[in-house]
Design a protein around this ligand. Structure first.
Ligand code: MLT
Length: 329
């Protein structure tokens, strides 16, 4: 019996040593960042910036793969089901916290099906409109919306997207139901807004700032509590929606990095360290800050802080969404 116990202990020690050795080489092939929205949108831009900055700390190629649809829930489900080996990760935003309140049957559990690798940034959104709108400020826009009797086409990236949440908060604040037009991401939605096919969208600054600077869209307000003090917007000083007439309006989108539940601790530690290094990349910081993004440097960069933050955001938005009566089909 003693011999058996000894052999089992040795076998166990060998297995642990082998496991450590096996993961010590991670990553020994390219890592994929899944983006749950169409290419060219804010999530995609942030992921591509991050992929570039992760290459050096990981010593590996990092590729971005878009799996769009259903407000980001299809892409999130893909990663929740992926092999937990650290080679398939998810870049996702506030939608991970709002989808549970919107979808009766969500194909994943936000808190249980992911390992939290750290928060990446905070992103303000802006309320933008087609240039052919007569309104030039929020006061005039509100009057036009009230007279339009619901026939206002508000674009978003599907129920559960950041643009959906910001648009929902806007309708609640204005006490005005609009006709929502869903897309696979705000990149295709932006094309239609610039073309005048839709009227309004609440879009992250990441994608909206270049269009505002290029006078391709009109801007009516910033969704967060601080104005966007960007060189690109020097010609278009924009108030916050709160100061422009919607007191208390505050929607800040955030983006985080996730792995499937069950990814080995050694791999999680390696990925979190690489994320921390990537977020110190001067080029990434310059690019993101030029678009109004704020790189996370606080406790939310640690897996535990990241998960606690998302849990708090879930609690915050669940009540607001339930009060609005909004649900996905
Ligand atoms: C995108 O990248 O298309 C956006 O993040 C979609 C959204 O959440 O509004």
């Amino acid at each position: 019996m003693k011999n058996l116990k000894r052999h089992l202990l040795i076998a166990g020690a060998c297995l642990v040593a082998w496991t450590h050795a096996a993961w010590a080489q991670f990553p020994d092939k390219p890592v994929t960042l899944v983006v749950p929205f169409a290419a060219g949108g804010p999530s995609d831009k942030i992921a591509r910036d991050l992929a570039e900055a992760l290459r050096k700390p990981l010593g590996q190629t990092v590729i971005v793969d878009n799996t769009a649809g259903a407000g980001g829930t299809i892409g999130a489900a893909r990663v929740a089901r992926a092999k937990p080996d650290g080679y398939t990760l998810l870049v996702h935003h506030i939608g991970l916290a709002t989808a549970p309140a919107l979808y009766k049957k969500l194909p994943y559990n936000t808190l249980a099906d992911f390992e939290y690798l750290g928060l990446i940034n905070d992103a303000p959104s802006v309320l933008i409109g087609r240039t052919t709108l007569a309104a030039n400020n929020l006061g005039e826009l509100r009057k036009w919306i009230a007279e339009s009797d619901g026939r206002v086409n508000l674009a978003n990236a599907g129920v559960g997207s950041a643009s959906h949440l910001c648009g929902l908060m806007l309708q609640n604040a204005l006490k005005s139901k609009m006709t929502t037009v869903p897309y696979k991401g705000t990149a295709p939605a932006m094309t239609d807004l610039i073309g005048g096919q839709v009227d309004l969208m609440c879009e992250q600054a990441t994608n909206a700032v270049p269009q505002i600077e290029g006078k391709k869209v009109k801007v009516f307000g910033v969704s967060s509590t601080d104005r966007l003090a960007l060189p690109a917007l020097a010609q278009t000083p924009t108030p916050t929606l709160a100061e422009a007439g919607l007191p208390g309006f505050n929607v800040t989108v955030w983006h985080g990095l996730y792995a499937p539940r069950g990814t080995p601790p050694e791999v999680l530690a390696r990925l979190n360290a690489a994320l921390r290094a990537a977020l110190k990349d001067p080029d990434l910081i310059k690019r993101q800050e030029a678009l109004g993004l704020r790189i996370v440097t606080d406790a939310r960069l640690a897996p535990s802080g990241h998960k606690a933050f998302v849990q708090a955001e879930m609690e915050r938005w669940t009540q607001v969404i339930k009060d609005s009566g909004e649900t996905a089909e």
